[in-house]
Design a protein around this ligand. Structure first.
Ligand code: SAM
Length: 328
């Protein structure tokens, strides 16, 4: 992968999005999704554009040949353009999952599902798709059939166009993931959990973790919904707030998890990645209970170093390997 390829593709996405944004009076992020879809379809889908803009955009598209790019180069260029758009205005809960977390999750999924040559993955809060795409690319050449769901129609459009550009097999659904899902149970769920309250109390009360009165925690319901849609013996990889097990209602969560899953590991991300200790996160790994599936002899507990600290990272990967041999 070269930074100049990433930069050249980013420039094409950026410059063509600016033309679309201006002429169609849409946001930069909407324009990024449009231009990505144009590139994938190898044409200009916005009929209302003036001929001069169509010519300028076509000329830009001719500067790049997608076939010559590595999938990771495409993902990075696309991610850069989304990050630029998100600088304008984005809610905390909509932020893209950083690469370092995606890479770590991808590594862990590869280890826990090492016996599968092909498997299914669900991300019920897929957002821009960056986490899911990083995971799929990282697990190549395994055959992965993926499902991504998000309630936000712009984010899911970005995820859809990004998956097309990267030629990834993903089915997308634009809906509230805490409503009924019409998808088959999967081998693995991955999710950067949206943290906060779920406004639909009636629907929430149908969950074991839903409160009988008042708003329930969306992140607790997301965990329950994910467990529901995991195959027996399948795995769940969540990005969780560090305070998950010490916050209000964590006792109910504990009881629920004890009943349905075996906790496999908790990997705390370096505090330097976050604005404050309160916003710091960890990766929680669980396996859904099934006949013949035993809990690990010991839970994998790791304090992850900065990914840029190669030596410390190598030591941690050795520790994780050791855990698989001795305790899994
Ligand atoms: N992993 C994503 C990425 O790389 O872009 C980021 C996920 S972001 C932290 C959380 C996502 O949860 C947001 O995209 C938000 O729209 C979505 N979300 C929040 N509540 C939801 C719900 N009830 N159903 C579906 N998606 C929801």
């Amino acid at each position: 992968m070269t930074s100049s390829s990433v930069e050249s593709l980013f420039n094409v996405l950026d410059e063509t999005a600016l033309i679309l944004q201006e002429e169609l009076s849409i946001t930069y992020l909407e324009a990024i999704a449009e231009t990505a879809e144009n590139l994938f379809q190898d044409g200009i889908l916005q009929d209302e554009l003036s001929d001069i803009s169509k010519k300028r955009i076509t000329k830009k598209y001719q500067e790049v040949n997608l076939e010559k790019f590595h999938t990771e180069e495409i993902r990075k260029a696309y991610q850069l353009s989304i990050l630029k758009g998100m600088k304008e205005n984005v809610q905390q809960n909509h932020q893209m999952t950083p690469d370092s977390i995606g890479l770590m999750m991808s590594y862990l999924i590869g280890k826990f599902l090492s016996e599968h040559r092909s498997f299914s993955v669900l991300d019920p809060a897929v957002g821009t798709g960056n986490l899911l795409s990083t995971i799929i690319n990282g697990l190549s050449p395994k055959e992965i059939s993926a499902i991504g769901i998000d309630v936000d129609d712009l984010l899911i459009k970005l995820a859809f166009s990004g998956a097309n550009l990267q030629k990834q097999q993903v089915q997308f659904f634009n809906q509230d993931s805490l409503e009924a899902l019409f998808v088959d149970p999967v081998n693995a769920v991955v999710c950067d959990l949206p943290v906060g309250y779920y406004p639909n109390d009636i629907r929430a009360s149908e969950y074991e973790l839903g409160l009988k009165s008042g708003h329930s925690y969306a992140h607790h319901l997301f965990i329950e919904q994910s467990v529901q849609h995991t195959l027996p013996g399948g795995y769940l990889f969540f990005l969780i707030p560090n305070g998950l097990f010490s916050s209000q209602y964590s006792e109910q969560l504990h009881t629920y998890l004890q009943k349905h899953v075996h906790i496999q590991g908790v990997l705390q991300l370096p505090l330097s990645m976050f604005k404050s200790e309160q916003t710091a996160k960890s990766i929680l790994i669980m396996q859904k209970k099934a006949e013949g599936v035993k809990p690990p002899k010991q839970i994998l507990l790791v304090d992850l170093p900065k990914l840029s600290n190669h030596q410390a990272m190598e030591n941690i990967l050795v520790k994780i390997d050791q855990w698989f041999k001795e305790y899994k």
